[in-house]
Each structure stands twice: as structure tokens, then as C-alpha cells.
Design a protein around this ligand. Structure first.
Ligand code: PMP
Ligand code: GLN
Length: 387
């Protein structure tokens, strides 16, 4: 065969950094603060509900849009937390994690040559999904350690070819929770350029220090041009279940469903009623989750600082970014590839989420969704590295 296999659109992406770094963690028995997944289980009721669904025989294809009780639970959740009214029958679609929601939404909206505006550093699947749709990525850089939106560069990223803005708040990897003023700016630019806004809100329940998560679709004039994506993975510590969803105007959700029906067809059956049950749990569950993660954030931030690293304190999410230059990092990717053998710790280089690699040259992302003793041991190892 003369032509090599592989989709040329994916050539620049190689293997995801999460797979590479998790493999290194296993190979070297290192502490994995790379890939963002908790090392403890979430609410017992949610786990039991999945077991009950299997025992109850819910083991065949569920309906394509999602099981009715999950569609209802998502609509109820949006009303309960944000005052949004969405029709579970036409304005919600259950997906295989937020990842499929992102991919299918981009494929549904973006035609070859259309431009997609996003902030960088960006979550890695954004760039690959845009490339597979034949879209063109236009970014605005958030800079360490404040991650403030730079209005001039954001404006410059928009053009008459802008089809959509891909926003993520709370943001991975920076932990930034976009301010109301920043959301207003994005919303104004989207309306000016008649663009869709796709918001990835998978960390919606992980905004810390009393910060409120504000969904883009609650802003004036935005409900009709916003598709909102979330997932049960972070909220219920079930990242391996891959139950996500997208909600928005019926016609747009139908367009996403048209893509989904030929990629995964339906999502996994027994996990859907379990996530539905989880979404209905009391406020105490949600408060405890955010309190636990913000305490872990504090622990890791203090430990990294004690190890001599400049740190950007995250407002939310699972991750903290530190500058590893004091540990001798010159290139973050090379540094992270060596870290498992040098220190027995795994982190993720932020530059892999950037077009402007220089803006993140020595920055490393560490996950704090781990047991306290694991975080303590990781920072002890990093401090020892400094000598
Ligand atoms: N978006 C962001 C910002 C993420 O951090 C992640 C990782 N969980 C995802 C999407 C993917 O979510 P899921 O595991 O539900 O596919
Ligand atoms: N969202 C998680 C992270 O950013 C896991 C991503 C993945 O494995 N695709 O680490």
C-alpha cells in the first residue's frame, strides 16, 4: 500500500498527552498528577443505582437521545441551579462523555473553512475536533499567572468567518472561572459576529471560594445561540462512566443528534439512570464536593509553593499550574517526560495545550483530585528534587 493509513487532519496531534503521561506513571510506578481523575469514589447512592440498573435488566440499547429520567434530571438540574427552562424532549442530548458532545457539536456546526474562536491553553480535544471538521482554530492567549482575557487579542480572533466560540469555564487547565465581565465580552462578540457559543461546563460544580458558576446561556440574548455541554464524570467522580450531555435550542440539538447517531448511536445504558439519580441529590452533596476539592487545591498550592514553585491559584476545577523553571525546567514537555524517573511524579506540560508555546514554555499542570496523602507525598518528592 503506497498511501500510509491515518487521517492527515490528525497528523499534528499524535497521542494525547493524557495517555502518554498515564502510561509513564504506570511504567515507573509514579504518582499520577497528570490525567485528571479522582482516586476515590463519589456518592455511594450513585454507584448503587448503576448496580441496580444492571440487576434490573437495563442492559440493552437505551433510546438515542438518552433515557427519559436522565433527560428530565438534566432539565431539572438546569432549572434548579441556573433558572434555565429547557425542554427535556427536544433540547437535551445525552452523549458518551463531554468529549463526544464536543466532537459531535463541532462536527454539526463547523464546515470546512469555518473559524472557531477559543482561548488557549485549551483542552486538547478541542483542537483535534476542529481539525477533523476542517475548521480553522483562532485563539486568544490567557497568560500565567492571572489568566486575564486580553480583549484586543480576543477581538482580533473574530472575523466574518467565525462560526462559533468554544468556551470552557471553570477552565481546564488554568482553573480560571470567567468573570461576568469576561462572559459579557464573549457574548457581545458572538452576537456581533452572529456566531454560536459552545460552552464546556464540566467543572460547573467546582467553582471555589464562593464564586458562582455562570452559564453562558443565562446571559441576555444568549439562550438561542448557546450549546451547553457538561458531564457526570467530575460531579460524581465517575470519569470512567462517560455520561455527558449537551443542551440548547432544539434545532441545534437535533443537528448534534444527527452526528451522534452515526458515531456512537447511543450512550451506555445502566449508567444513565445512575447519573439521573446523582443530579437529584441534595445541596449537601454539591457543597461537600466543592469544599473537598478546594481544600485539596489549598494543599497542593501550599506544597508547590513550599517546593519553591510560582503557582497560579485556581478558582475552580481539578488542576493547578506551576512554573517548573526553579526545578530546572527549560522545556515543559521534556521536563514532564523526565519527571517520573527523576521524582516519581507525573504532571502535564501546559505547552501541549497551546499554539503560542512560548507563553507556557516551563508551565506544568498538576491534578489535585487525589487523596490528601497522595498529594502530600507528591509535593515531598518535588521538594526533594530541588535539593
Ligand atoms: N472538557 C474538559 C474541560 C475536561 O477537562 C474534560 C475531561 N474530563 C472533558 C471535557 C471530557 O469529559 P468526559 O470525560 O465527560 O468526556
Ligand atoms: N479531562 C481530564 C484531564 O484533563 C482527562 C482527559 C482525558 O484523559 N482525555 O486530565
Amino acid at each position: 500500500m503506497t498511501r500510509p493509513p491515518g487521517n492527515p487532519a490528525l497528523t499534528p496531534f499524535g497521542t494525547t498527552i493524557f495517555a502518554e503521561m498515564s502510561a509513564l506513571a504506570v511504567e515507573h510506578g509514579a504518582i499520577n498528577l497528570g490525567q485528571g481523575f479522582p482516586d476515590t469514589d463519589g456518592p455511594r447512592e450513585v454507584l448503587d443505582a448503576a448496580k441496580a440498573a444492571i440487576e434490573g435488566g437495563r442492559n440493552q440499547y437505551p433510546p438515542g437521545p438518552g433515557v427519559p429520567e436522565l433527560l428530565d434530571a438534566i432539565a431539572t438540574h438546569q432549572r434548579r441551579f441556573y433558572g434555565l427552562d429547557i425542554d427535556p424532549a427536544t433540547e437535551v442530548l445525552v452523549t458518551v462523555g463531554a468529549t463526544e458532545a464536543i466532537f459531535s457539536t463541532i462536527l454539526a456546526l463547523v464546515q470546512p473553512g469555518d473559524e472557531v474562536v477559543t482561548f488557549e491553553p485549551y483542552y486538547d480535544s478541542y483542537a483535534a475536533s476542529i481539525a477533523l471538521a476542517g475548521g480553522v482554530r483562532r485563539t486568544s492567549v490567557l497568560r500565567f499567572p492571572d489568566w486575564q482575557v486580553d480583549e484586543a487579542s480576543l477581538r482580533a480572533a473574530f472575523s466574518d468567518r467565525t462560526r462559533l466560540v468554544l468556551l470552557n469555564t471553570p477552565h481546564n487547565p488554568t482553573g480560571k472561572v470567567f468573570t461576568r465581565a469576561e462572559l459579557d465580552l464573549v457574548s457581545a462578540l458572538a452576537r456581533e459576529h452572529d456566531a454560536w457559543v459552545v460552552t464546556d461546563e464540566v467543572y460547573e460544580h467546582l467553582a471555589f471560594d464562593g464564586r458562582a458558576h455562570v452559564p453562558m446561556s443565562t446571559l441576555p440574548g444568549m439562550r438561542e445561540r448557546t450549546l451547553t455541554i457538561s458531564s457526570g464524570g467530575k460531579t460524581f467522580s465517575t470519569t470512567g462512566w462517560k455520561v455527558g450531555w449537551v443542551s440548547g435550542p432544539a434545532a441545534a440539538v437535533a443537528a448534534v443528534r444527527a452526528v451522534k447517531q452515526f458515531t456512537t448511536y447511543v450512550g451506555s445504558g445502566p449508567f444513565q439512570p445512575a447519573i439521573a439519580l446523582g443530579l437529584g441529590l441534595g445541596d449537601q452533596m454539591y457543597a461537600a464536593l466543592s469544599a473537598s476539592l478546594s481544600a485539596k487545591r489549598d494543599l497542593l498550592v501550599a506544597g508547590l509553593r513550599a517546593a519553591g514553585l510560582p503557582v497560579a491559584v485556581p478558582d475552580g476545577g481539578y488542576f493547578v499550574i506551576a512554573d517548573a523553571a526553579p526545578l530546572g525546567a527549560v522545556d515543559g514537555l521534556a521536563f514532564c517526560r523526565e519527571l517520573p524517573t527523576r521524582a516519581g511524579v507525573v504532571g502535564v506540560p501546559v505547552s501541549v495545550f497551546c499554539d503560542d508555546v512560548e507563553a507556557a514554555r516551563t508551565l506544568v499542570r498538576f491534578a489535585f483530585c487525589k487523596r490528601d496523602e497522595v498529594l502530600a507525598e507528591a509535593v515531598r518528592r518535588l521538594a526533594a528534587l530541588r535539593g
